[in-house]
Ligand binder design. Structure first.
Ligand SMILES: [Ca+2]
Ligand SMILES: [Ca+2]
Ligand SMILES: [Ca+2]
Ligand SMILES: [Ca+2]
Length: 423
């Protein structure tokens, strides 16, 4: 990871808990801090890996690091610019291989472009023939394939594109049937490890049209819950897409669409923006212009996440991503000051069950080893996520906790163990 600026900022947290329709969820809240700017400093966290590495950007006109892409790891913030000759402005996605897609302004060039950041190298994204790009990469999969919005052609079409870092090949995903090319705006929002893409297209002044792209074929997502358009906001590795379905003018529902079975499910009110491999989705409900509440859609439950935020942030908070262990990142706007804060919510699972799949097995033990070995343990803080192993709640991990972990060990056959989960 680049480490041009590494400040020892440790996230603050508060413990919150709430009941959601009879089921209990607890989260640790982390304010992801700032880069030490004096004026109100804004930042936005966009994506998170299963190892808890978070990508996003900072915005604030008075800060020397304005519009810089940023990485957070264990409460520490890093400027992603490294040795880049221009400005890396915004990191939109990070893969499980820690490869980042970002939007950068190359030195001396008028328009931002997409770059891939891998092992401190900055790799420019080439484009399909006939396209210019204003950087807008949205997602990257474990194989280094990324999707972006805007292939802007001479005719000003905006076509979704796909780019492979393995062979450097870029392709335009094409037009939907029935769309007039001169009235077309398309954006690819997600790509999974199967190479399946989802996104949204607007054409002919119609409502939004969600699409999938599989093996060179672009197909519209049908609106199976009635009414008007749908969007394709994100896709998980089981080909489950989430987005919103418009059921009437100005009336939207969060939905999921299973590409394998063709089923569409209403998740609740609002919209869904991200989904993990367990099928847990996050999104938001817009109550009014200054009141946006983050929502978790999980197992048929619609949980308002606002109750887990400190008071000044509870009225306006918006998730952007959820990892496979249920960690959620996003940004929130403070009520009085209007400061923007990036945040992380880490679920509080039963002791020993790091991945939250209701067992304590060898997969959890891998995390126990990592937490046990990491530094520092005796200064009154634990690494983010590691308190699940602090069985005696004395803010250390020592042999007492190890003994308790052994006692709690259930093996992988505990009731309700989720076979689709990561471990
Ligand atoms: Ca477990
Ligand atoms: Ca302990
Ligand atoms: Ca102890
Ligand atoms: Ca397990």
């Amino acid at each position: 990871m680049p480490s041009v600026q590494r400040l020892g900022l440790v996230a603050s947290f508060v413990l919150a808990s709430a009941l959601a329709r009879g089921e209990e969820h607890d989260y640790l809240f982390y304010d992801l801090g700032d880069l030490g700017c004096t004026d109100p400093y804004a930042n936005e966290a966009y994506d998170i890996t299963d190892t808890g590495i978070i990508a996003g950007y900072g915005i604030e006109s008075g800060c020397p690091l304005q519009n810089h892409a940023i990485l957070w790891e264990n409460g520490r913030m890093t400027d992603l610019n490294g040795t880049y000759s221009g400005v890396v402005k915004s990191a939109r996605g990070i893969s499980e291989a820690n490869v980042i897609v970002a939007n950068a302004l190359p030195e001396g060039e008028p328009w931002p472009k997409d770059v891939v950041i891998r092992d401190d190298l900055f790799i420019p994204v080439t484009l399909p023939d006939g396209c210019t790009l204003h950087g807008s990469a949205n997602d990257i999969n474990a194989h280094g394939t990324l999707v972006a919005g805007e292939c802007i052609t001479d005719q000003a079409f905006r076509l979704p594109i796909l780019y492979s870092t393995e062979d450097g090949e870029a392709i335009s995903l094409g037009l939907l049937l029935g769309c007039l090319a001169e009235d077309f705006w398309g954006c690819a929002n997600g790509v999974n490890n199967n190479g399946v893409v989802t996104g949204t297209i607007w054409c002919n002044d119609d409502p939004a049209r969600g699409f999938t792209w599989v093996d060179g074929q672009i197909t519209e997502i049908p609106n199976l819950v009635g009414g008007k358009g749908v969007t394709g906001a994100a896709i998980n590795n089981n080909n489950l897409i989430v987005g919103e379905a418009q059921v009437a003018d100005g009336d939207y529902l969060a939905m999921s669409y299973n590409l394998n079975t063709g089923e569409m499910t209403v998740l609740g009110s609002g919209r869904a923006d991200a989904v993990n491999d367990r099928g847990s989705a996050v999104g938001r409900i817009i109550l009014n212009l200054s009141a946006v509440h983050g929502i978790l859609f999980e197992d048929g439950i619609e949980l308002d996440l606002s109750v887990f935020f400190p008071g000044e942030l509870e009225g306006n908070n918006r998730p952007h991503a959820i990892n496979n262990y249920g960690w959620i990142v996003g940004h929130a706007e403070a009520e009085e000051s209007d400061d923007w804060h990036s945040w992380l919510l880490v679920p509080v699972y039963d002791k020993g069950d790091y991945d939250g799949d209701t067992d304590v097995d060898h997969q959890d033990f891998q995390h126990f080893q990592r937490c046990f070995a990491a530094d520092p343990y005796t200064n009154g803080t634990l690494h983010v996520g590691c308190s699940v192993f602090d069985f005696d709640d004395d803010v250390d991990l020592d042999l007492d906790d190890y003994a308790a972990f052994q006692s709690a060990f259930t093996g992988p056959t505990a009731p309700n163990n989720n076979p689709n989960g990561p471990g």
